[in-house]
Design a protein around this ligand. Structure first.
Ligand code: ARG
Length: 594
């Protein structure tokens, strides 16, 4: 069941009050007060209405408050000079609202998507190259946005969009011709038959590619051979294609395991190669439609606009030798996505240094009608992950950090910070450190706006205090432990707790906790619409923080009033459930204990 947002309910009541007092509804706007010491909510509608009704704002405010005072949802309703309406919520109204949330699926969060499809393109690793820190951000941010959009009701298809075509593949194949000349793929009479054993592994691939890339810069003949191999692959020569498939299989297998460690998962393991069959028709369409023109031998589409502040160069469709490029592939991939999924939106989570590329591709796709006018194309350019020196993150000796080493470092840091606990084996401590480490890593990244550069600070990210992944998990684990104790002591089951009733808040801390919980739908909406996981981070932290003060103020287990105690138990159960859904949206999990 979808619930109205609390602020919407309040605003509707305010509008009704304006109408009953004889004014237009539209003036009944409400905002959360920025002076919580005076009131929780405020409306300055009377100030706006005064002009239209040619009277004093305070008179309007007074009339409206007369009506509002009859509504049991509100307390402390006041008209204040020069014409503000200040008021607070009846705590019973708030706790009833939370009870309704507790009983609703997804806590009553709105359904923005209604099953509409979104394609999200994130990951973008290149085959045969190990995952390194540069692949961390698209994976973490993309996965979170995907989960948020799903939660908001969309059907979301995540595509890893492998870099699996082009010269890099030719370089590898050309090297292999020298290294493994006896592979059946190179035999002149190879006819596409299945080859089960190949002499290379992922580790070989990881050595072959960088060597080949380096060599092609010094060795003309080799460079020529690599181009030749690329061309043969792109002409779907049987041997080249079958070898390429083997390379892809081995590489993808390894990538899958690596992404799994990050708890990142793709619906589609497509690559640039999958778009190739769409290119010929697309180019034909662009030519016939008069969109693509020749320029210095190349085929280009002008994508500049009159009001451009800086120059946007034409989008190159094919080079003078007829070869396609990065932009060609991205355009053809859009053709494919439109054809297969008819998405309402295609989102790209790619390094912000590729902004120009996406500006050109998007404009070209619109101009040439590859996407329907209503298809939204969104580029989320993320910033760089820097080291403590403010420069792009490197290993200690200045090399590119492999992802698995980085994950290892952060897990070690968590492991070392965990206090030795009785009855916890070293193995268990390691397992917990891995779960908490992933949370530290993801939260450290996602709590920043994606577009900003940020400093990857292992020490800070793994703190158990402050705005970190581990701190938030720690609060969850604490709730789990209280609930465990409560159930053991009282014999209550989960089913019993379901029937408990949250009471109107007694203390300020409890009030704050209840109010924060009540804004979940607003948070999910903002995060989904703005593609902003950091809003979920802020939300989680404010829940964890208000829970912490609440927990400090009351003594749940020793509360003598049974109804009160049950109310607390229900409240922290809801707190925990909401936190659990939220951390899942960020892509991490709660450990059993920590
Ligand atoms: N493989 C590309 C790179 O390494 C990233 C791909 C991003 N996605 C896309 N549709 N262009 O730069």
């Amino acid at each position: 069941m979808i619930m109205k947002k609390l602020i919407t309910i309040i605003e509707e009541k305010m509008q009704k009050a304006f109408a009953e007092a004889g004014y237009e509804e539209k003036f009944g706007r409400v905002s959360v007060s920025n002076r919580p010491d005076l009131c929780e909510y405020q409306s300055n509608g009377a100030l706006m209405a005064a002009k239209q009704y040619k009277c004093k704002p305070i008179d309007i405010a007074t009339k409206v408050t007369e009506v509002l005072k009859n509504d049991e949802a509100f307390i402390n309703v006041d008209a204040v000079m020069p014409g503000f309406i200040n008021f607070s919520l009846n705590q019973k109204f708030l706790s009833d609202y939370l009870m309704e949330m507790a009983g609703a699926s997804k806590f009553g969060c709105l359904d923005l998507g209604e099953g509409k499809t979104i394609v999200i393109d994130y990951g973008g690793p290149n085959v045969a190259k190990p995952l390194h820190v540069g692949h961390l951000r698209p994976a973490i941010i993309g996965e979170s946005i995907k989960r948020i959009k799903k939660y908001a009701g969309y059907n979301v298809i995540g595509d890893v969009h492998l870099g699996d075509w082009g010269l890099q593949m030719g370089l590898i194949i050309a090297s292999m011709k020298e290294l493994y000349p006896d592979m059946p793929f190179f035999a002149p009479d190879y006819n596409g038959e299945e080859v089960s054993e190949v002499p290379f592994t992922v580790s070989d691939l990881e050595v072959i590619y960088p060597n080949a890339s380096k060599r092609s810069k010094e060795d003309e003949a080799f460079k020529e051979a690599a181009h030749e191999a690329t061309k043969k692959l792109q002409e779907y020569d049987k041997g080249h294609y079958a070898l390429w498939k083997k390379i892809i299989d081995i590489s993808v297998n390894d990538l899958k395991q690596n992404y799994k460690k990050l708890d990142v998962d793709f619906e589609l393991w497509n690559g640039e190669s999958d778009a190739q069959p769409y290119i010929p028709d697309m180019v034909k369409m662009m030519k016939e439609g008069g969109f693509a023109v020749e320029s210095q031998g190349a085929l280009v589409v002008d994508v500049s606009k009159e009001d451009d502040k800086k120059e946007i160069p034409p989008c190159i469709i094919t080079k003078s030798d007829g070869a396609s490029l990065y932009s060609t592939t991205d355009l053809a991939t859009l053709v494919e996505r439109e054809e297969k999924y008819k998405p309402v939106q295609v989102i790209y989570v790619v390094d912000k240094r590729q902004e120009m590329h996406f500006t050109q591709v998007f404009r070209c796709a619109r101009k040439t009608g590859i996407v329907r006018p209503e298809t939204e194309l969104t580029y989320i350019g993320f910033g760089t992950m820097n080291g403590p020196d403010g420069k792009p993150f490197k290993t200690r000796d200045g090399g590119v950090m492999r992802l698995e080493n980085l994950i290892g470092d952060i897990n070690d840091a968590v492991y070392n910070k965990m206090s030795k606990q009785e009855g916890m084996s070293d193995e268990e401590r390691r397992e917990i450190a891995d779960i908490v480490g992933l949370a530290a890593l993801k939260y450290g990244d996602l709590s920043n706006q994606a577009a900003k550069d940020y400093v990857f600070d292992v020490e800070r990210f793994t703190e158990f205090e402050g705005n970190t992944g581990p701190y938030n998990l720690y609060m969850m684990v604490r709730i789990t432990s209280i609930l465990r104790k409560y159930k053991a002591a009282s014999g209550a089951t989960d089913e019993d707790i379901k029937s408990y009733v949250i009471n109107p808040a007694g203390t300020d801390a409890e009030k704050k906790l209840q109010r924060t919980l009540s804004t979940m739908s607003d948070t999910i909406e903002a995060a989904a619409v703005e593609n902003a996981p950091h809003k979920i981070c802020q939300y989680i932290y404010s829940i964890a923080d208000s829970f912490s003060s609440f927990y400090h103020d009351v003594n749940i287990m020793n509360e003598p009033d049974e109804a009160k105690k049950k109310g607390y138990i229900k409240l922290i159960t809801l707190t925990h459930e909401i936190l659990a859904d939220c951390i899942n949206l960020l892509g991490f999990k709660e450990p059993e204990r920590m």
